[in-house]
Design a binder for this molecule. Structure first.
Ligand SMILES: Cc1cc2nc3c(=O)[nH]c(=O)nc-3n(C[C@H](O)[C@H](O)[C@H](O)COP(=O)(O)O)c2cc1C
Length: 374
């Protein structure tokens, strides 16, 4: 592949489309894809393009204000990392700034989060590393089905503990660093988490506002036009056509209010707990401080994406279980029972081997020509 040069800005347009396609596949809470991207009409000298990542307020989850705000920022961090990795895979070096974004004006309802300046080229080894990550990014999925027994490969805990991102290359795994990752492999920890999820995950269904919002993100019928949300088969496995309207009715917020109290919520939580018990390991991401700024949240999201790719590249599946972190008291209890370090847990997932074939969740179609111009 011919290395891009600063004069070769025409190639950039095609490469941007490639990067947008990688970024479109970034994971996001409930697959709401809360990001937007704008492009500056004019570039300062030495900058090939300036992109501004924004949070699209109309796409955000908000039933659990603090927890969902954090999840939206994590999702945007994952998007940012995928975008920058896609550009690096095509040879382009970028500089990301969260501070500069505050000076940008985006059309309503977008809030600027970070600027991405394309400033030059990366070296060949970085390009190859990014290209490999892009291959893995296309395979990455959330696997919610049953997991098969088997230990994770040796050395995995080390591999996930200090993820290096392309978006924030200056952030390392030094102690000053505001984000940390742990892999829990002991049977005892996995069983404690399984019991906890089985006992407490019912709140996912009984918290009326939260369930109503989640329900709006469920997709009971597959259509061509679907571009976000969670297809029901991705959550529950293959579902015959006739069962879909039944599920749609049973899970509807009004029905859930009654059925939830009659034991449906407890039974669903119990199934969740059993699934956690099948895990080969648990992944836990936390911020040592309870107060996190936007910078830290985007770094956390970028690292989450890299860790997910690390697991995918080793044949492992991942299923985030955010309910245990979304409610302050529940999270504190969870951290205590699992003897987790103090701080704000922001990501919890079961990790293991899943042979279920899962279709990719739907995405908005990226188009470099149609980016918002500012
Ligand atoms: C911050 C965050 C939290 C998530 N929490 C959950 C969760 O609690 N339960 C779940 O099933 N999936 C969870 N997911 C996975 C998303 O639903 C998933 O990424 C999205 O539907 C797109 O599907 P894909 O990962 O297969 O591409 C989470 C993802 C992110 C980024």
């Amino acid at each position: 592949m011919e290395a891009p040069t600063l004069d070769n800005t025409e190639a950039f347009e095609k490469d941007l489309q490639f990067a947008l396609e990688i970024a479109a596949r970034a994971p996001s809470s409930h697959n709401v894809q809360p990001w937007s991207l704008a492009r500056a009409r004019t570039e300062p000298a030495g900058v090939i393009a300036k992109l501004v990542l924004g949070l699209d307020r109309e796409r955000c989850l908000e039933a659990l204000p603090q927890a969902h705000e954090l999840e939206m920022h994590l999702s945007c961090g994952a998007y940012l990392e995928s975008l920058v990795t896609g550009l690096a895979a095509r040879g382009w070096r970028t500089e990301v700034s969260v501070a500069d974004a505050a000076r940008e004006a985006l059309p309503d309802p977008m809030e600027p989060l970070a600027t991405v300046r394309v400033t030059g080229t990366v070296d060949e080894s970085a390009r190859q590393e990014a290209a490999q990550r892009c291959v893995t990014a296309k395979e990455r999925k959330t696997h919610r089905g049953p997991y098969e027994a088997g230990p994770v490969p040796p050395g995995l805990a080390g591999a996930v503990s200090g993820p290096r991102t392309f978006a924030f290359p200056a952030v390392t795994d030094e102690p000053t660093h505001a984000v940390a990752w742990q892999l829990l492999e002991s049977r005892e920890a996995i069983q404690t988490a399984a019991d906890f999820v089985g006992r407490h995950a019912s709140i996912e269904f009984t918290h009326a506002g939260n369930w109503a919002e989640t329900y709006r993100c469920l997709r009971f019928y597959d259509t061509e036009a679907m571009e976000d949300g969670m297809p029901i088969a991705n959550l529950l496995g293959p579902i015959p056509g006739w069962q879909r309207p039944v599920l749609q009715a049973v899970l509807a917020p009004m029905a859930m209010r009654g059925l939830g109290r009659l034991g449906l919520a407890r039974s669903l939580a119990g199934q969740f707990g059993e699934r956690v018990g099948e895990a080969s390991a648990l992944l836990y991401g936390f911020m040592p401080s309870h107060e996190s700024d936007l910078d830290t949240r985007l770094v956390a999201g970028a690292q989450m994406f890299v860790v997910w790719l690390t697991l995918t590249s080793r044949g492992l599946s991942l299923h985030p279980i955010s309910v245990v972190l979304q409610h302050d008291e529940l999270r504190a209890d969870f951290q205590r029972q699992l003897d987790l370090p103090a701080g704000r847990g922001f990501f919890f997932a079961r990790v293991g081997y899943c042979s279920d074939r899962v279709d990719p969740a739907p995405r908005r179609k990226p188009d470099a020509q149609a980016l918002i111009r500012i």
